[in-house]
Design a protein around this ligand. Structure first.
Ligand code: 6OD
Length: 489
């Protein structure tokens, strides 16, 4: 039902305290377009203060904790998020408009488990050792020692705000770093609320800081000489601007960027399972998942069947509604600006000769939701593989179905992109699984599933989809500095 909204203040969180500024910006509820909060924009002074606090904390009580005590505290943060589950849920829903059914199963639980899963990452992952023969016969021992990278700037996106911020803050803190977070200006609430959890749990001041703002605030972080590394999830274009900005101060970077992930349905796929998973990969979170499949290659022999069944899924399994309604599993996109982008591709698809199988526009509710940022789930056929709609990242609840005839051809089509984040394919042929998977140029390949996450695994993209990998041991390459110690006997 319609929410009674009381406009909240979202200050920055610096050195353990909430810090207001004179300039604020509106945060809107995408369901109706109402203002739900005023976020306090950080300028140079606040960013400097946050970075200074983070630097000081590195050498304060936080830096002096044993690995075990730090892990304990990181686990306590996870528990703290769980304890405040409903508050996080409410904050996330207000910022994104996503259904409670999605946020309560995806965003908020991962917000907690991203701390729990990485709490012991250092202790569980030994460094390498090598015995070395020396000319004098005495020998030497090499061993690796890891230390925190230092102050990490986290620039996190709006699609899975808590999930993606904590996927970075969790391992960063577990490795002993301190962080300054700049959440998306569209979804600043959960990062702000996390400050309360940090204080409740007793995380020392300065370890976790949040600054609010737009690209200019982000730029203050990326160019800041006292930040040691930037981890970013977002669009490829923004990522490339960030890489330019960090170059003069030679920071480390971990970049998870855009995608145009292929789905492939082979002729031997289990279609019940395929439609269930493809339905998620095309439409979950209103298509605003970097791993989503906006182009799906379907074997020509089952093309019509898959088209009809996915259409049925979109029309009968997805339910618009207010976020708190039990049946609602499809929300608005995050903002009017994003809605305009998605709708411009809906128009372009028709200009490029698409047949609209379902959707293609925006729903009308005849109530206050008409002020929100809604679009229809959309499926196209008739687009060519090289059309703009089938090659550019839209980040909406839409997909182009394209027929193929054989395995070699579809592997080429799947790889024919500048992106390389994820790929998803469906088959019941075990040999095909192992033959096709390694040929797909994607950092993450799912078979007969989608967005099935094990936090011990590597996460990240190749080509224009990213630089580096996070997750499990892989995050250590970014969140720590590795020194080799060579001891001569
Ligand atoms: O599951 C994750 O760890 C992750 N980083 C998901 C990213 C989704 C992007 O929209």
């Amino acid at each position: 039902m319609r929410k009674n909204i009381t406009v909240r203040q979202l200050p920055n969180f610096i050195n353990g305290k909430y810090v207001e500024t004179s300039e604020t910006f509106d945060v809107l509820y995408p369901v109706t377009g109402e203002v739900t909060a005023k976020a306090h924009k950080a300028g140079q002074a606040e960013v400097d203060a946050a970075v200074a606090a983070a630097r000081a904390a590195l050498h304060g009580p936080w830096g002096k904790l044993t690995q075990q005590d730090r892990a304990k505290m990181v686990r306590a943060i996870a528990e703290g998020v769980q304890k405040r589950f409903d508050d996080f849920l409410e904050a996330e829903v207000l910022d994104t408009g996503k259904p409670y059914s999605v946020a309560s199963h995806v965003d908020i639980p991962r917000g907690a488990s991203n701390f729990a899963a990485f709490a012991d990452v250092l202790r569980e992952n030994p460094t390498e050792t090598f015995m070395l023969d020396t000319p004098d016969g005495s020998g030497a021992l090499n061993y690796g020692v890891r230390r925190p990278r230092g102050v990490i700037g986290i620039i996190s996106p709006w699609n899975l705000p808590l999930l993606l911020m904590t996927f970075k803050a969790g391992p960063a803190l577990a490795c002993g770093n301190t962080v300054v977070v700049k959440p998306s200006e569209v979804t600043p609430s959960t990062a702000t609320l996390m400050g309360e959890v940090m204080n409740e749990v007793g995380v020392p001041e300065g370890v976790y800081n949040v600054v609010h703002g737009f690209g200019d605030t982000g730029q203050l972080l990326t160019s800041h000489p006292d930040i040691d590394g930037i981890t970013f999830t977002g669009e490829t274009l923004t990522g490339s601007i960030i890489l330019k900005a960090i170059a003069p101060t030679l920071k480390g970077a971990s970049m998870e960027m855009g995608g145009k992930n292929p789905g492939i349905v082979f002729e031997d796929a289990d279609l019940d399972l395929t439609i269930k998973e493809l339905g998620r990969s095309c439409f979950l979170n209103t298509g605003q998942v970097c791993l989503g499949t906006e182009r799906v290659y379907v074997h020509e022999s089952i093309f019509d069947q898959v088209r009809d069944r996915l259409k049925d899924y979109a029309e009968n399994q997805l339910h618009y509604g207010y976020p708190d309604e039990d049946t609602t599993n499809f929300g608005p996109v995050v903002s009017d600006e994003h809605r305009e982008k998605v709708l411009s591709y809906y128009k372009l698809a028709e200009e490029e000769g698409a047949t609209v199988v379902t959707g293609g526009g925006a729903p009308a509710f005849e109530d206050e939701r008409d002020g929100g940022s809604w679009v229809e789930p959309t499926i196209w056929t008739g687009l060519t593989h090289d059309s703009r709609v089938a090659t550019e990242e839209i980040f909406g609840p839409c997909t182009a179905l394209i027929p193929f005839t054989d395995e070699d051809e579809v592997i080429k089509l799947a790889n024919d992109t500048n992106y390389g984040l994820a790929a998803t394919f469906f088959t019941t042929n075990a040999s095909r699984v192992h033959r096709v998977a390694p040929q797909l140029e994607a950092g993450i390949v799912w078979v007969n599933s989608w967005f099935l996450r094990d936090l011990r695994t590597a996460f990240g993209g190749m080509k224009h989809s990213g630089i580096g990998r996070e997750g499990g041991v892989h995050g250590l390459d970014f969140y720590t500095e590795l020194s080799n110690v060579c001891v001569k006997y």
